[in-house]
Design a protein around this ligand. Structure first.
Ligand code: C5P
Length: 241
């Protein structure tokens, strides 16, 4: 099973603007998940200080801020973010090759300067909220599945470490980009769980078997009565228990 690639592949999405709740969830789940994901909602409410308060120095943070701007500006944003010691950081692949290369160079050079491990730098290909007509309306060439693979290849060619992708995109990207390309996969629901607003879901076990490296899981863990138990049950499911 692919689990051996990653001791604990679960990244719990802490989607809240409530600092105390984020801090207590992160603390409670420290030994139960492989990392925590903080995104735009939390960051815009609490900024870098909030990130430090929740993630500290534990080294397991996925800072999900999806940069997309001119290369110089993205490089500056990445450089500033490295001080937060993210394990994973992301940009939009549609920002283009020069932007992705600038982000990579900034991540590596700033991590070296600070003497800390560099993050995995990954890209968003096509937002999973977009369908074929949305992609066409912004002038991208479809079908969506082909555009996803096109942008994943560009990401790899720019030297980035991987992409965020939906469960249904895992196989095609893995085939196109090889075994060492990191696939971070949201849209995961344990068997029998509420799907909420996620429409195209896979179970944790299915997604790992398909070739995921990390699973981004929010509500099934963060919204559970006992988040630690929920994370443990998901790991057990991945291991086939
Ligand atoms: O609660 P749930 O498990 O649906 O949370 C999934 C997390 O992954 C959320 O933080 C969501 O924003 C994020 N995400 C997603 N689909 C994507 C990209 C990110 O659900 N395509």
């Amino acid at each position: 099973m692919t689990r051996s690639r990653n001791r604990n592949p679960i990244l719990v999405a802490i989607d809240t603007a409530d600092l105390d709740r984020a801090r207590s969830l992160a603390r409670a789940l420290a030994g139960a998940v492989g990392g925590i994901k903080l995104g735009l909602e939390f960051f815009n409410a609490h900024g870098p200080d909030g990130v430090r308060a929740v993630a500290g120095d534990r080294g397991d943070l996925f800072l999900d801020l999806k940069y997309h701007d001119i290369p110089n500006t993205v490089a500056g944003a990445v450089r500033a973010a490295i001080a937060l010691r993210p394990m994973i950081l992301n940009v939009h692949a549609s920002g283009g090759a020069a932007m992705m290369r600038a982000a990579r160079e900034a991540a590596i050079s700033e991590a070296v300067r600070l003497g800390i491990p560099g993050p995995k730098l990954i890209a968003v290909t096509v937002l999973t909220s977009m369908d074929g007509s949305d992609v066409a309306a912004v002038g991208q060439i479809g079908p969506v599945a082909e555009q996803v693979v096109r942008l994943a290849r560009l990401t790899r060619d720019c030297g980035l470490d991987g992409v965020v992708c939906s469960p249904r995109e895992i196989a095609a990207i893995r085939a196109a980009c090889g075994p060492d390309f990191t696939l971070v996969v949201p849209g995961i629901r344990p068997a029998g769980a509420e799907t909420g607003d996620q429409k195209r879901v896979m179970t944790p076990r299915e997604a790992m078997a398909a070739g995921a490296d990390f699973l981004v899981i929010g509500r099934p863990i963060a919204g559970a009565a006992d988040p630690v138990a929920a994370a443990g049950a998901i790991l057990a499911e991945i291991d086939g228990a």
